[in-house]
Structures are given as structure tokens and as C-alpha cells.
Design a protein around this ligand. Structure first.
Ligand code: PEP
Ligand code: MG
Length: 325
């Protein structure tokens, strides 16, 4: 089967009814980069910049960050890379960054919250990204956004870095795309405001599932209790697609579910046209979509999602759909 998937590497990801699906991969270290060409992914939809911090014994300096990002872009060889700003905290522990003990680290001082409270750290990272991407396109996204005002605050810091670099005649990126991760349910009630503020939205379904179902993603006793292919979560995701369509905002999803063919089938069915996953999943997901008529799937799946008759599991329905279509 591995061979079979490898043979699909250069096959365009078109569904049976001709919809082009963007398949990107997730990465975080230079060792991941060769997989970009090997998998045939369209780009890196999520680059987890905290990985460089997690494997270091001391805080990487601005120059080290810059040269790291430069290497990533060089090895990406023209394919787009979406850099996520530091997502430290929660399940992502950085030993030399001594945060206080927290009772609920997943809900605590982490990600964009920490970055906004340590603007020096964030500005260093933004500057490193701007310099590494000079003359190229820079795509940045922010993790764990809860209120749209947080995005505006980062944008202001970014503007200051841009001004600073232009003052010293640095060549800036030729295009800057600014996005937010949708991981915190509060954003679901700020959708139009959010989408007016960003160039793209990327759903972090691992965290969005954790927070919307109130299940710790790392606690096996509860993490399997609810199904991410159940009605509540798929309806949430479908509402996100509708808001993005309404606002004509580019949308993608980069959580683990994107890499499971059955979940990816559900995502296509509710309207996602771009997903990012671990590189080994690209082949199996592409094999699935090449054989799928999304127009037909969508009509059927939407009806199943709207049907509250007890006993009809969406997961079972999807398995049957995959077997018979
Ligand atoms: C997510 O939460 O779904 C996500 C992609 O980010 P991470 O897994 O790094 O928290
Ligand atoms: Mg996350």
C-alpha cells in the first residue's frame, strides 16, 4: 500500500466531480522538510515554531530563529509555508520558560496570551520571520485566539517591526498574509468580525474539540468519550465553513482529524476544500478523495447531520458511505 500511495504523489488532488482540494502538511523541524517533496503536499499548512524552542536548552536568539526560518523556506523550495507564532504552554512545555504551576494549563497562560504578555519575545519572532522572508511571501498565523482584539494587538506590533525594518532599508516580504487559528469556542460568536480582520482562518480541531466538548485532549480516560465525527462537533465545523463562505475568507483545518481518511471524508462533505495533516497521511487521504463525488456526498451528509433521529451515528453512516461509494 505504501507503494500505491507513493505512486499518487504527483497526481493532482481532484475529487471525482473535479473539485481541487488543497492538501498541505504539518511540520515543525528541519527533518520534516524532505517530506514536503516526498509526499507531494501543496505546502506546509502548519509550521509549529515552538518545536525549535522545545528542543533547545536555552531560548533561541533572534538570529537563530531567523536562520532557522530561512532554512525552512529554502528547503520548502517555493511551496508556501504557514508559520504559527509560538504556541508555548498547555501540552507544549518549554523547560527554560518557567511559568508558574497552573491548575488548568490548557486554559492558562499560553500561546498568544503569553506572546502578548511578553511582547519582546513576540517582536523578536515577528522580526525574525519578516527578515527570513524578505522578498518572498510571509504567512503567519496566531494560536489560541479568544478575542479578535488579540489579533489587532499583534498586527500593531507587526506594523512596528515592519516600520523598524524599512527604516534600516531591509527588504520586506513582498506579501504578508495574516491568519488566526480557530481553537477557542468564543470565536464562534465573533465570526464575521474575525473574518474581516484576517486573510485566512485555520481550524485547530484538536484544541477546538477539547474546548467545545470539555475533554482533555491528553487524558485517555476522557479523550475517546466523545466522537469528533458526532453531530455536535461536525455541526460546529459546518458553521465555520458557512461563515467563511459568507465572508469569502480562505479556510483550512490543521488538526489530527484531517489526516484520517474517514474524518477527511466528513470534512470534504461539510465543505472544507483545504486541509493540513501529517505528511504520511497525504497519500491515504488523496486516495480517498480521488474516488469521492463531493457534491453527492455533501447532499447526503448534510441531511444526516440535520437528522436528530436517535440511534443513527454519523460515524457509522460515513463508514457505510465510504464502503458503498
Ligand atoms: C490543533 O489544536 O488542532 C492544532 C493543530 O494545534 P496543536 O495540535 O499544535 O495544538
Ligand atoms: Mg492547538
Amino acid at each position: 500500500r505504501q507503494e500505491q500511495f507513493r505512486a499518487l504523489r504527483d497526481v493532482e488532488p481532484l475529487t471525482k466531480d473535479g473539485k481541487r482540494i488543497t492538501l498541505q502538511m504539518n511540520a515543525g523541524l528541519l527533518v520534516d522538510l524532505p517530506q514536503l517533496a516526498d509526499s507531494g503536499a501543496d505546502g506546509i499548512g502548519l509550521f509549529r515554531t515552538e518545536l525549535q524552542f522545545m528542543i533547545a536548552s536555552t531560548m533561541p536568539k533572534g538570529e537563530e530563529q531567523e536562520s532557522f526560518y530561512r532554512s525552512v523556506l529554502r528547503q520548502a523550495n517555493g511551496k508556501p509555508v504557514t508559520f504559527r507564532t509560538l504556541d508555548i504552554g498547555g501540552d507544549k512545555v518549554v523547560s527554560y520558560f518557567r511559568a508558574q504551576e497552573e491548575e488548568n494549563p490548557a486554559l492558562g497562560w499560553r500561546a498568544i496570551r503569553l506572546s502578548l504578555d511578553r511582547p519582546g519575545l513576540l517582536r523578536t519572532q515577528l522580526r525574525a520571520l519578516l527578515k527570513a522572508c524578505s522578498g518572498a511571501e510571509l504567512k503567519i498565523m496566531l494560536p489560541m485566539v479568544t478575542e479578535v482584539s488579540e489579533i489587532r494587538a499583534v498586527r500593531e506590533l507587526m506594523q512596528r517591526e515592519v516600520q523598524h525594518l524599512s527604516k534600516f532599508s531591509h527588504q520586506l516580504p513582498k506579501k504578508l498574509q495574516f491568519g488566526a487559528m480557530l481553537e477557542v469556542p468564543a470565536l464562534l460568536w465573533q465570526m464575521d468580525e474575525l473574518m474581516a480582520e484576517v486573510d485566512f482562518v485555520s481550524v485547530g480541531s484538536n484544541d477546538l474539540f477539547q474546548f467545545s466538548m470539555a475533554v482533555d485532549r491528553g487524558n485517555a480516560r476522557v479523550s475517546d468519550r466523545f466522537d469528533n465525527l458526532g453531530r455536535p462537533f461536525l455541526r460546529i465545523l459546518r458553521d465555520i465553513v458557512r461563515a467563511a463562505d459568507r465572508n469569502k475568507t480562505s479556510l483550512t483545518l490543521c488538526g489530527e482529524m484531517a489526516g484520517k481518511p474517514l474524518s477527511a471524508l466528513a470534512l470534504l462533505g461539510i465543505g472544507f476544500r483545504s486541509i493540513s495533516m501529517s505528511p504520511t497521511a497525504i497519500g491515504p487521504v488523496k486516495a480517498m478523495l480521488l474516488g469521492t463525488d463531493v457534491t453527492h456526498l455533501s447532499a447526503e451528509l448534510n441531511a444526516v447531520l440535520d437528522d436528530d433521529t436517535p440511534g443513527v451515528s454519523v460515524r457509522d453512516w460515513l463508514v457505510r458511505y465510504a464502503e458503498t461509494n
